[in-house]
Ligand binder design. Sequence first.
Ligand code: SF4
Length: 179
Amino acid sequence: MKERRTLESLFRERGFRDFRWIDPKAIVVAHWVRMKCRFGCGEYGRSAACPPEVPSVEDCERFFRDYETAVVFHFEKAVARPEDRHAWTRTIDGRLIDLEREVFLSGRRKAFLLPMDSCLLCDPCTGRRATCKEPRRARPTPEALAVDVFATVRSIGYPIEVLSDFAQTMNRYAILLID
Ligand code: SF4
């Protein structure tokens, strides 16, 4: 419990105030998420941190079972123009990657971040892990690892809905695995 309080202080100091703890075994992994990546997402095959450059759904599920502690970060935002979304997520995800590093250096050797948006560290993305320009910082999103974000965050009381218009308020989520 004391360790959690220490981490919570760190999160708040870094400006992340809206978060909830989750048992990683409660993170829902589903094949339909991967299917949605393969058919229907414009990032498929274009990002070096997205499918198909990620482990199988079965391996993703096993990966989460390796952890005992995780935290979900919630971010809420409405933007004036669709193109403003990536500027917002890029900034926050960069800060979250820095936070993962801090948590790791504090002794949590398995710290691993799943950012709220596809990797946007460079433009254009090389699309291949082997040629990724920032391999030490690039991370897959929860969706890239077949996480059903809707089911997962609802299980801890967070809001999320399918949006029909870009001007609606987004509820976005990142997950930091910690052990
Ligand atoms: S760091 Fe650059 S090349 Fe690597 S996944 Fe991210 S955007 Fe693509």
